[in-house]
Structure formats: structure tokens, C-alpha cells
Design a protein around this ligand. Structure first.
Ligand code: 5GP
Length: 145
């Protein structure tokens, strides 16, 4: 999928938002939903998505939704830091398949990094254990302020 296209209601994140697919929930408010990436590039890899949006990427998003999304990302990233004590945190976002995007509901990656620990492959590594993800999600959720 390129930068142009129509929003697909059947995309995996839309299904997670509708409760049709499970996810390890970290945080949720009226604007955003945060959950663990099931193919984590590092321990604690978290995704934040707008709840009320049909934007496939950042370029299509409404300013107000984008503002709330960034605030949500900061809030969750602070909780990731408090919970897991990483040395650094990558906050990233892909627009269009050639850029690496694989799911077409706008989302932001929070990827904690530790000195000397290589980051995993994007959207293609090993699927994480559901119970481990749940435990990490709880650990991060406990640090949300
Ligand atoms: P993108 O490639 O679009 O930037 O990111 C999509 C992300 O969603 C990838 O990091 C991928 O690992 C993750 N992902 C794909 N399918 C699922 C799923 O069913 N559940 C969760 N929690 N993450 C998913």
C-alpha cells in the first residue's frame, strides 16, 4: 500500500479496538489506546493508536487527533521508562509500505533500547509469548501517571 488509499475497517488495529482481537492493553483514555506489539523489536515495544480515527497514516490525520496522540505517546513513553529503565527510547512511525508500514491504522511505536542490546527486525521477528506481554503491559500500566 502506498501513501494513497482508503481506510480498511478490517485492519488488525481496528479489530483490536472493536474487541474482536486480543491485545495486551497498557493504557486507554478517551483518545488513545496503547498495547504491546506482538512482534516486539525490544522488550517493552509498545504501540499507541488513536481510538477515533480513520487515518491510515500521519499525513491523513486531523490536527486535534494528532495532538492527543502525541500526548498519549509521551505519557506511555514515560511509563515505559519508569517501568523498564531503558537507556534510550526510539519513538517512530512509518507511512506507506515502502517506508516499512504494514498496518494501515495510524500508530506510533515506542521501542525501549538498552546499551549494547541490538534491536529486533521490524514487524517480522518472533511472536512474543502472550503471558509475557501481559505481564509487561501490567508493569508499564502501573507507571502511568
Ligand atoms: P508498522 O509496520 O505498520 O509500522 O507496524 C505495525 C506493527 O504492528 C508491527 O510492529 C507489528 O509487529 C505489529 N503487529 C502486527 N500484527 C499485530 C497484532 O495482531 N497484534 C499486535 N499487538 N501487534 C501487531
Amino acid at each position: 500500500m502506498s501513501l494513497d488509499g482508503t481506510y480498511d475497517d478490517g485492519n488488525i488495529f481496528a479489530r483490536i479496538l472493536r474487541g474482536e482481537m486480543p491485545a495486551a492493553r497498557v493504557f486507554e483514555d478517551e483518545h488513545v489506546f496503547a498495547f504491546m506489539d506482538v512482534f516486539p523489536q525490544s522488550k517493552g515495544h509498545t504501540l499507541v493508536i488513536p481510538k477515533h480515527s480513520r487515518a491510515r497514516n500521519l499525513l491523513e490525520e486531523e490536527p486535534q487527533v494528532l495532538s492527543e496522540l502525541v500526548l498519549g505517546v509521551q505519557r506511555v513513553a514515560r511509563a515505559v521508562r519508569a517501568a523498564l529503565k531503558p537507556d534510550g527510547i526510539v519513538i517512530t512511525q512509518f507511512n506507506g509500505a515502502p517506508a516499512g508500514q504494514t498496518v494501515y491504522h495510524l500508530h506510533v511505536h515506542i521501542i525501549p533500547r538498552w546499551e549494547g542490546v541490538p534491536v529486533g527486525r521490524h514487524a517480522g521477528g518472533q511472536m512474543a509469548d502472550a503471558e509475557e506481554l501481559k505481564a509487561l503491559a501490567q508493569q508499564i500500566a502501573a507507571q502511568i501517571t
